[in-house]
Design a binder for this molecule. Structure first.
Ligand SMILES: [Zn+2]
Ligand SMILES: [Zn+2]
Length: 326
């Protein structure tokens, strides 16, 4: 699932002004036209730095009030909010901005030049977001539709012209065991950042329910709570900021009773993963484990930090494929 990132997450400068856009016919795709750092293919920090650079260019060089794009999408299936929904973009060309929101795909004419499947997913995530929050219509076009430019370039434009087909799922289907059956899926996340008090051990309340095929996530709850015995392939992602550089953070996939008592650390087995905050006070971690769940052993994501001040849980998500145990 595409992660929608706030302006704060990529370190946006505040806009000098904004103009409201009530609705749009759809979205237009863009590329940078310049070089995109290949580090953006592996390091999302490089994507955020690239977006800050584009914003500086638009505000300092072009004299615009803000970054010109509505959203920027990268190869980490992330959509970073630029001007965002209900704000007039500036990237489509004079007179064309009120018709379509502008989505930048983080590719250019050198460095990273080809759109990846994750970027395609993120483009759809950004478009869905602009449709839900910004009253965008169904049209999908490129910058060059109606304006004399090469943008969005030789890799993105043919995909747009073909109707922007969605790539297949991120996670290949699990080999069913012990017998052929389709896993039930639970996918949950946060709908916004959460401020975490000093020195706590906490488990996120999942406010964004993206998929729950068997009804095994109680709405807004903390646990994935199957009412039968299942095997869970659970992937979780957690990003915290506002920590002291070098500070220890522990993250684990844990099992709890129905009334919330800790049973054990399911993944990593018997102990949490330990990470130290980066120089800019961040921790990001991905955990992937397979373990047994039941009505009495429900899965949660557990995080512990010992900061003297508040920290920010920027994003957290959990995706589980759950297979019945015989
Ligand atoms: Zn463009
Ligand atoms: Zn990225």
């Amino acid at each position: 699932m595409t992660v929608i990132e706030s302006r704060a997450s990529w370190g946006a400068r505040p806009p000098r002004a904004t103009s409201r856009l009530a609705s749009a016919r759809g979205v237009k795709a863009h590329y940078t036209g310049g070089r995109v750092d290949p580090a953006t293919l592996t390091d999302h920090g490089a994507c955020r730095a690239a977006v800050r650079g584009i914003q500086n260019g638009h505000m300092n060089g072009n004299g615009w009030s803000d970054i010109g794009y509505s959203m920027v999408v990268c190869g980490h299936d992330r959509a970073m909010i630029g001007r965002g929904p209900h704000v007039l973009p500036a990237a489509n060309g004079a007179g064309l901005n009120s018709g379509h929101y502008a989505i930048l795909v983080l590719v250019g004419s050198s460095g990273v030049t080809r759109i990846t499947d994750s970027m395609k997913r993120a483009f759809h995530g950004a478009r869905d977001y602009l449709r839900e929050r910004g009253d965008a219509g169904a049209e999908i076009k490129g910058h060059r539709d109606g304006y004399a430019t090469d943008c969005p370039g030789p890799s993105v434009y043919p995909w747009i012209r073909a109707g922007a087909p969605k790539p297949g799922p991120t996670v290949p289907p699990t080999t069913p065991e012990p017998e052929e059956e389709m896993p039930e899926i639970v996918s949950v996340g946060l709908s916004e950042e959460v401020v975490v008090p000093p020195s706590v051990d906490f488990q996120p309340w999942w406010s964004a329910e993206r998929k729950d095929t068997a009804g095994w996530h109680p709405a807004g709850g903390q646990s994935i709570a199957p009412n039968v015995a299942v095997w869970a392939d659970l992937t979780a992602f957690v990003a915290l900021r506002g920590l002291t550089a070098g500070e220890l953070v522990e993250v684990a996939l844990t099992r709890h009773t129905a009334d919330g008592r800790l049973v054990d650390y399911a993944w990593p087995v018997n102990r949490p993963a330990r990470l130290h905050a980066s120089a800019d006070g961040r921790v990001e971690i991905n955990l992937n484990g397979r373990f047994a769940l039941s009505a009495a052993n429900r899965a949660r994501v557990s995080v512990r930090h010992s900061s003297k001040g508040e920290v920010v849980l920027e994003t957290a998500s959990a995706l589980s494929g759950l297979l019945h145990r015989s």
